[in-house]
Ligand binder design. Structure first.
Ligand code: PHE
Length: 357
């Protein structure tokens, strides 16, 4: 019996020491100490022995059980450490490998232009204001001195919307320009004011140079003694910075908008035939501007005897197309990846003024 136990112990120690991995070791453990294991059988046999022999044999079997359990634990720890070692060796990272270029998206030219516009006006102390795309007829037209049936409304090809659910709300439109943000800003803030507002605008118009949805940038400056000179300096600086042409010719031409008085159209010099900007003797209309009409200031809750200022509005697609030599507006909104990959901008190189936007 004793020899038999010694042989079992010896064989088990050998099996434990030579188990090649954790799974094999677990099989060895079950064969010894599982429900029908060899050592478990020995423990069960003890019950049949007379008390004296049971005590003696019990001590031996338990000593073997303890020794084998300890051997199993030690082997288990060793095998786990070896497995970890092997994994670490296999998964070693070569930090000297050059990084693979990441698959990344590109910034749409319109978003890029808006970043550039914000960077330039930001440096001039402007902040960015916002307004809703769905406007009241009053904010879009009435408050801006464009009363019902005013001929200027006809130029806008407006998308009218049904009134809100209960039908009592004010008449609504998809804003035809960003100028209603002028009104919202005047009503919400007190002068001095110096904001730009960029976003989507809508007119029922569709061809190579018109889209029913397009983007505008509005500007509004109000202070005690803002003059036409400030307007001219501000817009000349902006256009030269945006197009990266310090000598870009800029011309101010008398015009008409119901919400500015006097009003001016702003043109830049270019070559009509080649499309080159800055030289060539031709003029291209870029934006509308003027001194904020006294009635508009009053509608915005600002006393026109105390405050005055200028406003301007320009189409973002138009200046983006000119800057990058793009002559069709439609692909801007067709989500054609080939176009976007060609005209898109890296998100890793944001618009920064000191590098020239
Ligand atoms: N809202 C005008 C347009 O859409 C542009 C403009 C804005 C003109 C502000 C003057 C002042 O054509």
């Amino acid at each position: 019996m004793t020899d038999d136990l010694a042989a079992l112990c010896h064989a088990a120690e050998h099996d434990i020491a030579t188990a090649p991995d954790l799974r094999a070791l677990e099989a060895v453990r079950v064969a010894l100490l599982g429900k029908t294991g060899r050592l478990t059988a020995r423990l069960k046999e003890l019950g049949a022995l007379p008390p004296e022999a049971r005590r003696e044999q019990g001590a031996r079997v338990n000593a073997v059980k303890e020794a084998l359990t300890a051997a199993l634990e030690a082997r288990c720890a060793a095998l786990a450490a070896a497995a970890l070692e092997a994994r670490l060796a296999q998964e070693r990272i070569d930090v000297s490998l050059p990084a693979r270029p990441a698959e990344s998206g590109l910034i749409h030219p319109i978003s890029r232009a808006m970043d550039e516009i914000a960077a330039i006006f930001g440096a001039m102390g402007f902040t960015v204001a916002e307004g809703p795309d769905i406007e009241t007829d009053w904010h879009n037209f009435g408050a801006l001195n464009i009363p019902p049936h005013h001929p200027a409304r006809a130029d806008h090809d407006t998308f009218y919307l049904p009134p809100e659910a209960d039908g009592d709300g004010p008449p609504r439109v998809l804003r035809t320009h960003t100028s209603p943000v002028q009104m919202r800003t005047m009503l919400a803030e007190t002068p001095p004011i110096r904001i730009i507002a960029m976003g989507r605008t809508y007119r029922a118009d569709h061809d190579a140079t018109h889209s029913p949805m397009f983007h505008q940038c509005e500007g509004l400056v109000i202070d005690r003694d803002i003059t036409l000179g400030h307007l001219k300096g501000c817009l000349t600086d902006f256009l030269r910075a945006f197009f990266g042409l310090p000598d870009l010719p800029v011309r101010f031409r008398a015009s008409y908008f119901p919400f500015t008085e006097p009003s001016m159209e702003v043109d830049i010099g270019w070559n009509r035939r080649s499309g080159e900007l800055g030289r060539g003797g031709d003029w291209l209309e870029i934006l509308g501007s003027g001194m904020v009409h006294a009635k508009v200031l009053a509608n915005g809750g600002i006393d026109p005897r105390e405050w005055q200022g200028f406003a301007f509005g320009m189409g973002i697609e138009r200046i983006t197309m000119l800057k990058h030599g793009i002559n069709d507006l439609r692909p801007f909104f067709e989500s054609d990846l080939r176009w976007l990959r060609h005209y898109g901008f890296s998100p890793m190189a944001p618009a920064m003024l000191h590098e020239g936007v």
